[in-house]
Design a protein around this ligand. Structure first.
Ligand code: ZN
Length: 346
C-alpha cells in the first residue's frame, strides 16, 4: 500500500550514507559510546574483535587516503578498508549490545540505525522479505485489474474501455512496484544511492496517489481539468525529489511532506467513502483505518525484536493485506463505473 507509505524514518537513516563513506560523522547514542569506539579502533588496527577476525582487515597500514592520485591507494584497497570498517562496526555493535543487555540497558541506535542482525549479509532481512511480498501483491493486484478491464468488462463502441481511470491506475501500479523494488534493495544494503532511490520512489508514488485520489474523488474526467490538477501536484513532487537528491536529504522536511500528502489522501478517500455511497466503501474505510495505524507505526519507531523485527518492518507487513484489499476496491470501482455508464446509455 504505497500510497500511504511514509518511508520517512527521520532518525533511522540519519547520517548512515555519509558516515559510511566519510567515516567521520557520528549521530547516535550507540556510536558515541566510548567503549564501542575503542572496540572499532582496536578492530581496525588488529582486524579482530575478541576471537573473531576479518579477512578484509589484512592490509599494510599507513597508506595515505588523501593526496594526489599517484599517492592514493588503489581502489581495491580502499574497498577492502571500507569492508573492514563495516565488519568492525557491525561486530563491535553486536558485542556492545550484548554487554548492554546484560547490564539491563535498552538498545540504542548506531549511526542512526537500530542494531539489526544481518542474515547472509542482508541488513534488514525481514523488511527485505516484506518489501518483496508487497511487490508481488502489487503485481497480482495490477494484473487482476488489467485482465478485468481489458478482457472481461464490455468495451465502448469505439473499442475503448468504459472505466475512465484505467490509465491512471496502470501508472500507479508501475510507480508502486518500482518503489517496493527499491525498498527491497535499500533494506538489503543502505548506501547513499540506494537510500536516495528508495526515498525518491516512495515520494513519487505517494504524490501520484494523492493526485489519483483528487481525480477520482472529485470525479475529474475532463482532459483540461485533469491537466489543471495534475500540473501543480507533479511540479511540487518533482521539486521535492530534486531537493532531496541534489540539495539536501532533509529527513525532517521529508517526513512532514510525506505525512501531509498521506493524511490528505486518507481524508479524501475516507470522507468520499462516507458521502458517495460507493458500493465498496467499506473497503476504503478498512484501508483508511489500516493506513492510519500503519502511519503511527512509522512515526512511533521502536527497536527491533530479536534484532530482526522493528516498527518499520511491521508497517511493511500491514501494507500487504491493505494492498490486496485496495486492488480489490479498484476492481470493484471499474465494474461499478462501467455498469453506471452502460445504464446511462440504455
Ligand atoms: Zn522500508
Amino acid at each position: 500500500m504505497a500510497w500511504i507509505r511514509i518511508r520517512c524514518r527521520p532518525l533511522l537513516v540519519l547520517y548512515v550514507a555519509l558516515s559510511s563513506i566519510l567515516g567521520a560523522i557520528d549521530a547516535s547514542a550507540g556510536d558515541a559510546d566510548p567503549v564501542y569506539r575503542a572496540c572499532v579502533d582496536q578492530c581496525e588496527n588488529t582486524g579482530c574483535v575478541g576471537a573473531k577476525c576479518f579477512q578484509h582487515c589484512n592490509f599494510s597500514k599507513g597508506n595515505a587516503i588523501d593526496g594526489p592520485w599517484y599517492l592514493q591507494e588503489p581502489l581495491y584497497l580502499r574497498w577492502k578498508r571500507w569492508d573492514c570498517q563495516s565488519d568492525c562496526r557491525y561486530e563491535c555493535m553486536l558485542t556492545r549490545e550484548e554487554e548492554r543487555k546484560e547490564l539491563g540497558y535498552k538498545p540504542v541506535k548506531y549511526y542512526g540505525k537500530w542494531p539489526f542482525h544481518r542474515v547472509y549479509g542482508i541488513q534488514e532481512p525481514v523488511s527485505v522479505a516484506l518489501s518483496v511480498l508487497n511487490l508481488a501483491i502489487q503485481f497480482h493486484g495490477w494484473v487482476s485489474f488489467f485482465i478485468l478491464v481489458n478482457y472481461k468488462l464490455p468495451f465502448r463502441p469505439n473499442k475503448k474501455v468504459y472505466y475512465e481511470y484505467t490509465g491512471l491506475w496502470n501508472i500507479y501500479a508501475m510507480l508502486a512496484m518500482n518503489s517496493w523494488f527499491w525498498s527491497a534493495v535499500f533494506h538489503s544494503r543502505d548506501v547513499d544511492f540506494t537510500e536516495k532511490l528508495d526515498y525518491s520512489s516512495a515520494v513519487a508514488v505517494l504524490g501520484y496517489s494523492l493526485l489519483l485520489a483528487i481525480l477520482r474523488v472529485f470525479n475529474v474526467k475532463d482532459e483540461a481539468a485533469r491537466v489543471m490538477v495534475t500540473a501543480p501536484v507533479i511540479a511540487f513532487v518533482t521539486t521535492h525529489i530534486l531537493y532531496l537528491n541534489f540539495y539536501q536529504l532533509d529527513y525532517g522536511l521529508n517526513m512532514k511532506v510525506c505525512v501531509v500528502m498521506g493524511v490528505l489522501q486518507l481524508l479524501l478517500w475516507g470522507i468520499w467513502a462516507g458521502v458517495s455511497q460507493h458500493p465498496s466503501r467499506w473497503k476504503l474505510w478498512v484501508v483508511v483505518v489500516g493506513g492510519g495505524i500503519g502511519m503511527l507505526l512509522e512515526i512511533f519507531d521502536f527497536p527491533p525484536y530479536w534484532g530482526l523485527v522493528d516498527a518499520h518492518a511491521l508497517w511493511h507487513a500491514t501494507t500487504i493485506p491493505l494492498t490486496y484489499l485496495w486492488w480489490s476496491f479498484v476492481r470493484d470501482d471499474s465494474e461499478f463505473r462501467t455498469s453506471a455508464l452502460l445504464k446511462k446509455i440504455k
